[in-house]
Design a protein around this ligand. Structure first.
Ligand SMILES: *Cc1c(COP(=O)(O)O)cnc(C)c1O
Length: 431
């Protein structure tokens, strides 16, 4: 299987994406610029979809629901939709994106702790596959709205299995003290009450324990807990049709070695197959996944241009034209992104902090990197396909970057660079 690294390689000392030199793209479209490889995106999706296919049986089915929040560009959603993906959304806006991208809302699952009345109505109107309900109050709201609309809402509870995913605290979501999901001990009573509601159709159970997991043991531990709950519900005649294990598999940013997706899925399907054959032979069950980062993360990078090189009392800074508003992960999580020169130089290397022009000390993209660079050089900030553009803001009235998709040598602009006029177009002066 190809790794991401093989999609972004040096050819004659120039970094390329699927054969297209990045300095050409930077010159043509300007910087900062997000660049994605369609081939990489599709390969990463098929690591899930193909392994699922191999493990499907007459009564075990699966659906891979791409997490829209990791990268929500319409072109990306459209490509994945055509490959057969469903979608995991966390807002009404993301549902409208899925529809605008030409994808099927009936393959959408809706997660998130704060679904509003408007969002729930919108989702019911479009007949989404399932609400991942995160509180009893939310369940009551869904039941009321569905009743007003004369509909039945399919729901699963997002339970909090209280396993430690051993990842960054900001991206760990399955511990007791997190705001996500319902506590494991309350799940049975929630299901019992839900099963009596007139406009609720209880279809599944789900969890999502965190992000950037390198090891699948916490996920398999969470699966055991979900299976245990499934059994307890079955004893009470509440028969679930699906188990959704969430997303969370990590990627290589630096030298991490995340579990390979096919290996994780094989272990998971083996566990499910053994349990189901022993207890519920012939009973249909769908297994669902909500991967984001492991599909989009290493399918993209952020191109930026060095504006100035500067030395303040022994410390060297490369001031570039991308900033924390373009890629927030370093400021937010102190995340590491590898930084590569687009065209390699032979000169002597210095140790730089790569920083943006935004007026915050937290505005940095990389620290203490040995680089041989000069002003005007282009740099590639790697592994920026997930939670990059999707988290970008307009802080400092900076228009968000343009986005380009490389499709086997063909280059497509998939989002124009924002202009300043667009940023204040919705504002009004009071006289
Ligand atoms: C963010 C999120 C995901 C995707 O997580 P990754 O780590 O990107 O795979 C899946 N499910 C839910 C509910 C999420 O909030």
């Amino acid at each position: 299987m190809k790794t991401a690294a093989q999609h972004f390689i040096y050819q004659n000392d120039v970094l390329t994406v699927d054969g297209v030199p990045l300095d050409k793209l930077a010159a043509q479209f300007g910087t900062p610029l997000y660049v994605y490889s369609k081939t990489a995106l599709i390969e990463h999706f098929h690591q899930y979809a193909d392994t699922c296919k191999r493990h499907e049986t007459d009564d075990i089915h699966s659906l891979v629901c791409y997490s829209v929040k990791s990268n929500s560009n319409l072109a990306i959603l459209n490509i994945l939709g055509r490959e057969g993906a469903g979608f995991d959304i966390v807002s009404g806006g993301e549902l409208l994106r899925v529809i605008a991208a030409g994808c099927d809302p009936r393959k959408v699952i809706f997660s998130g702790v704060g679904k509003t009345t408007e969002e729930i109505s919108l989702a019911l109107k479009h007949d989404i596959l399932c609400f991942n309900v995160e509180s009893f109050a939310e369940l009551q709201r869904i039941n009321r709205i569905a009743s007003e609309m004369g509909k039945k809402a399919r729901i699963s509870f997002r339970v909090n299995p209280d396993v430690d995913p051993k990842t960054h605290p900001y991206i760990s979501t399955g511990l007791k003290e997190n705001k996500f999901g319902i506590p494991f001990e309350e799940a049975l009573s929630c299901y019992e009450q839900a099963s009596k509601m007139t406009h609720i159709d209880v279809t599944g159970i789900d969890c999502h324990i965190g992000s950037q997991l390198l090891d699948d043991s916490p996920l398999l531990e969470a699966l055991d807990k979900l299976i245990g709950l499934y059994d307890q519900l079955a004893q009470r005649n509440i028969e679930l049709q699906h188990i959704d294990i969430g997303g969370g598999i990590g990627i290589t940013y630096d030298n991490e070695e995340p579990v390979a997706v096919p290996e994780y899925l094989s272990r998971l399907f083996r566990k499910i197959g053994e349990w189901k054959n022993a207890n519920y032979p012939g009973k249909p069950l769908a297994i669902m996944f909500e991967p984001g980062r492991s599909i989009s993360g290493n399918a993209g990078l952020l191109l930026t241009q060095v504006q100035y090189l500067k030395t303040n009392s022994d410390k060297h800074f490369a001031i570039v034209d991308a900033a924390m508003n373009d890629l927030m992960r370093p400021s937010l999580y102190e995340a590491w992104h590898t930084v590569l020169p687009v065209v390699k130089r032979n000169g002597s290397a210095l140790t730089y902090d790569v920083v943006g022009p935004v007026c915050e000390s937290g505005d940095w993209l990389a620290r203490q990197r040995k680089l041989s660079i000069e002003a005007d050089d282009y740099l590639a900030v790697m592994s920026a396909g997930a939670y990059g553009m999707a988290m970008a803001s307009n802080y400092n009235t900076r228009g968000r970057a343009a986005e380009v998709l490389v499709d086997n040598g063909q280059v497509h602009l998939i989002r124009q660079r924002e202009r300043a006029e667009e940023l204040y177009a919705l504002e009004t002066i009071v006289s």
